[in-house]
Design a protein around this ligand. Structure first.
Ligand SMILES: Nc1ncnc2c1ncn2[C@@H]1O[C@H](COP(=O)(O)OP(=O)(O)OP(=O)(O)O)[C@@H](O)[C@H]1O
Ligand SMILES: [Mg+2]
Length: 264
């Protein structure tokens, strides 16, 4: 079967951060492909370079050497790229400006598009997006970020994704974002959205078991280098690398009892 066209393609991709004595090779010589419609999980312990890679995919961090392409073109961090490649799981408390209502901030998503929609249509689309992620628009409109829980703010960030309909999502999961229950709810909503919009997802996590539940492919990072990559099941069932095996053995075993369904 021919593989799907590449959304992201990296070849010998490296990134050096910091200066002088603090200089770190955050990622080193990464070569991988993320195909359209696939969910790729990037796993690795703290400091392995996951966020650095996420930031490069988002166009927020320049590479030092190598190649990084989005749909065959070098990534430039501009409005065109942000419309196509969106981040999820920023800290929900800092993602929103505390001084504006959340509905107003959601409507700002329309500024990413050249053709402007009439205000009423914008409001309708925003309300539809809120409903889709399980929030009642009547209870959201006019409220400020501090009036919501962390989980609800994450849901609102997902609603924003629905409004933008990007090609790809980069989900860099913070370690202590929310409790395990909200995490499951949010991830299920995210994967539901992924299927509805046929998006490509790069899911970044320290938890390989969790990656096993939602990814098609895995990339295992250690100290900035890829130690193993390939089809999820193959890696999980037959890890070739000792580090991958350690990640599997040390991961918590309780997040999900079964794999998140692949299709709605
Ligand atoms: N601004 C910076 N200046 C210098 N070094 C940095 C900078 N940001 C990150 N690093 C270093 O780059 C390496 C990779 O960091 P990165 O944040 O990508 O790791 P990570 O895998 O996301 O870790 P975590 O799981 O803790 O989020 C680490 O060694 C880190 O100390
Ligand atoms: Mg990180």
């Amino acid at each position: 079967m021919p593989s799907s066209p590449a959304v992201f393609e990296a070849k010998d991709l490296s990134c050096v951060l910091g200066q002088g004595k603090k200089k770190t090779i955050a990622v080193r010589q990464l070569t991988f492909v993320v195909n359209e419609g696939e969910t790729t999980a990037v796993v690795g312990e703290s400091g392995s370079g996951k966020t650095t890679l996420a930031r490069m995919l988002l166009g927020l961090q320049a590479k030092t050497s190598g190649t990084l392409l989005f749909r065959g073109h070098p990534i430039v961090g501009n409005i065109n790229h942000y419309r196509e490649v969106q981040a999820v799981f920023q800290d929900p408390y800092t993602a929103f400006n505390q001084f504006y209502t959340v509905d107003r901030q959601l409507m700002d998503a329309f500024k990413l598009f050249k053709a402007s929609k009439p205000k009423e249509l914008q409001r309708q689309t925003t309300a539809k997006a809120m409903k889709l992620v399980g929030l009642d628009p009547e209870l959201v409109v006019g409220k400020y970020p501090f009036q919501f829980s962390g989980g609800q703010l994450q849901q609102l960030l997902l609603a924003r994704i629905f409004m933008i309909k990007p090609t790809a999502l980069i989900a860099d999961e913070p370690r202590s974002m929310i409790d395990a229950c909200s995490r499951t709810t949010i991830i299920n909503a995210l994967m539901d959205l992924k299927h509805r919009l046929s998006m490509t997802v790069v899911f970044i996590t320290h938890d390989i078991r969790f990656a096993n539940h939602l990814a098609d492919r895995l990339i295992v990072l250690k100290r900035g280098e890829i130690v193993e990559q390939g089809e999820r099941k193959e890696i999980f069932d037959h890890p070739q690398n000792e580090y991958t095996q350690t990640l599997i053995d040390s991961a918590p075993k309780t997040f999900f009892s079964k794999r998140v369904s692949k299709k709605p």
